[in-house]
Design a protein around this ligand. Sequence first.
Ligand SMILES: Cc1ncc(COP(=O)(O)O)c(C=O)c1O
Length: 489
Amino acid sequence: MLFFNFVCQVEPRDWAKLEPESSMENGDRKVSQTVTNKKMISKNSIFLISVVLASVTVEVEASDSLTLTKAPSNEKNRDFTWRQQAIQKLWEERKAMGHTPLRKFPIPGMPDVDLIFKDESVTKIGSLKFRFGWALFMWALLEGHIDQNTTVYEASSGNTAICESYMTKLIGVPFVAVVPDYTEDTKVNHIKEYGGKVLKADIAARFGKAALEAEKNHGFYMNQFANAHRAEEFHESGNGELESVNVMHEIVQQLKSQNLKEPDFFIHAAGTGGTISSVGRYVQKYNLDTKVIMADPEFSIYYDYVINGKFMNESGASLWKTPGMAGIGFGYAGPAILGQTSSLQPSVVNGAFKLPDIASTASMHVLREYGISGGTSTGMNFLASLSLAAKERSKKSQGPLRIVTLLGDPGTVYESSYYNISWIKQKFDFHGGLPVFDCWKDVIRNSFTKGSDPLAVGSELCSKEAVKDSASRRSKRETNFSAKFRSVL
Ligand SMILES: Cc1ncc(COP(=O)(O)O)c(C=O)c1O
């Protein structure tokens, strides 16, 4: 049964009371504290007088150059200069980024639907992670986690590491990426191209390894899974149209420039959850009329985490099955804890799809046949968009149903894996192998040309059992499907 359920409305927040900030430079601070102490002297007891005087005496004795009438030289300013230069480089990079294009993708079977891909594959580093890499570095620089002597470490499935390698080269510090042992050579080479070093580890072990290496070598573990959540705040920079790297900000500006309203739906797959949460927060903050929908792989725990509030302290590791959809989903490394192991904020996601991995892979192939060559998240986004469009288009009373999704990275990165038929045959043997893969391709093509719901149809026709018996596959009617792969919208 399909059902419509807008989950987790955002609650109004209690904002922390802000204290006025000191505008004083560091060097002035000690002197000013001494002045404050002097004021206290007149008010407080003899005991306090002696304590305060003692501390003043110690300070004077501890430094030859310090007198009460002369401020100490401001040693810390040296760090600030480097940091300011690094931040300036980030802003210049942001200006050079411009906007990634919106590509309208007509669906012949659903002429009343506007499916739009925001093409993040054209960024300088070739993926949507350009924004997050940028924001992570802005956050880490502003909060003092990185200085000119810091080596940055990261655990990544590749794209974030590529961006971080680029950013470290830009600001002039070393970088070490810990990637899953099966990571495609194309991604590894791209990391190295910008000077980053690459270590390989088991997908679940890479977090611990990155943290350990950073600690051992006195470096900084960026930890995108925990900190995309924090970096999100640094996406936005007031009203400047180009300065915000929030992808939804760009989408809204670009649609506005064509006199179009915000989309009815935004769909995206989650890895760290940073991207979809940044969109969800933006939608809530500016009260946009957009529903934010997540596409989740088959063995990931994010669907349950968002929809049913599960896996916040229980591990999903035993459920995980390789190969998964590279860079997407979570569960292989313990529970989903916001700000620790994940940046996915369930309260800003309105609904979710759970998609079979073999169907998402078939979707990458079908999309490529129709002219868009994308990676794992793009295939998932396309499949979820077709299913959502089939369900929702009749409900729109005025104008086309507008869905915006992301083309996260290019297909070229996955030639040796998700676009390689022998690889698919071997890795998806457990899922029914090529016959099931081909079945999903047929169903998705059919959805594209005729407007049917690919998940509803494929759930029935493309199960391992149904595919074994192709005669029964043809005779079954599309409407009586099992809801094994379900959606909650
Ligand atoms: C191509 C691609 N799409 C989607 C994602 C998931 O994005 P996020 O980590 O922001 O959830 C990733 C993550 O690395 C990715 O590389």
